[in-house]
Design a protein around this ligand. Structure first.
Ligand code: FAD
Length: 301
């Protein structure tokens, strides 16, 4: 009990941050404030999501382009198969390539509510993410990341079938997977074991979601177990966003500390366009901004 929980963590980790494209000038300012605060942690990449049904096509492109033009960060553009033909996707991919983007997060996407919750491929489109990865590969030499589900995708017939699908995506040319958020680390570790047994050797980055709004998390957690202790931890905090954010940072930092203790060194943060929690967790894991220890080339010189 005398040893501080986070004592001595050397910060030998790599991090990446996910953002969503802003809808208004105010949200744009908030996004850029977050990017500016997190950039000194030198993430391996920063990804920008693609709205359901391709609804943010232009905004995703604009955000990714601004990252290319105004920062030294490596952007990864999310791209989905929903409501787009192969030709339209090729066009989007060409535009990214020309803009200097070299990393795509390739996804099937969720079906629009009008399709009754079932994914119906565009008649000239891709059937799913594995198909999309193969299609992107034909056009450009993108680095490609795909999604993984430690607690199984809700539409999968079994965890084994879902792992087969993940393997297909990697075999088609993706080089890394990023997981859906989870709170039960055991599920993630079991998933890594099963993936390895299925011959998957690519990195599977845990997606870390600090809880900013517990109700929203519950709504989004189709298959994600919400442990009783988590529910109890956030009890009565719905109307207290300030303290709730502090509690959320502690809970997510402790989750990451346990993942670190289990050997994880790569972390992907769902930032929801806010820097504070992701930054605080990185700090507790020992990560420091460039030059803070005087070890970076620029400061050492
Ligand atoms: P796929 O890998 O194609 O799989 C979908 C389902 O079909 C799975 O159940 C799979 O097992 C099953 N399946 C696939 N092929 C077969 C087959 N041949 N036979 C049987 N079953 C099969 N959504 C967005 O709209 N925009 C985003 O920016 C976005 N970013 C995300 C980022 C991450 C890290 C994650 C984890 C998810 C993201 N999503 C995003 C959500 C994602 O689009 C949904 O979860 C979607 O329902 C599935 O996408 P996928 O790429 O995993 O699909």
């Amino acid at each position: 009990l005398d040893t501080p929980l986070f004592a001595g963590l050397p910060g030998d980790i790599a991090v990446s941050f996910e953002f969503f494209p802003p809808k208004s000038e105010k949200m744009e300012a908030q996004l850029w404030e977050a990017i500016t605060q997190l950039a000194p942690l030198e993430p391996s990449f920063v990804s920008v999501t693609y709205g359901a049904g391709g609804s943010t096509r232009e905004r995703t492109h604009a955000t990714v382009s601004r990252i290319v033009n105004e920062t030294a960060l490596v952007p990864a553009a999310h791209l989905t198969c929903v409501a787009a033909s192969k030709g339209e996707i090729a066009e989007i991919a060409d535009q990214y390539w020309e803009a200097g983007v070299r990393h795509i997060v390739a996804l099937r996407g969720d079906p629009p509510p009008s399709d009754g919750g079932r994914f119906i491929p565009h008649p000239d489109g891709y059937a799913g993410a594995a198909d999309l990865v193969a299609g992107l590969r034909k056009h450009h030499d993108f680095e490609i990341s795909v999604a993984a589900y430690p607690e199984m995708h809700p539409e999968a017939s079994s965890l084994e079938a879902d792992l087969d699908n993940l393997k297909r995506k990697l075999d088609a040319g993706a080089s890394r997977a990023i997981t859906q958020f989870f709170f039960a680390n055991d599920a993630y570790f079991r998933f890594l074991d099963k993936a390895l047994a299925a011959g998957i050797t690519a990195p599977i980055l845990p997606g870390i979601m600090p809880v900013t709004n517990f109700d929203a998390i519950r709504r989004m957690s189709a298959n994600t177990e919400i442990p009783g202790w988590l529910e109890a931890t956030f009890e009565g905090m719905d109307e207290r966003p300030g303290p709730r954010a502090l509690v959320a940072a502690v809970v997510a930092a402790e989750q990451c500390r346990r993942l670190y203790a289990g050997g994880v060194r790569d972390f992907h943060f769902y930032t929801l366009n806010r820097a504070e929690q992701a930054y605080a967790i990185c700090q507790l894991l020992g990560l420091r901004p460039r030059g803070a220890h005087g070890t970076h080339k620029e400061t050492a010189a």
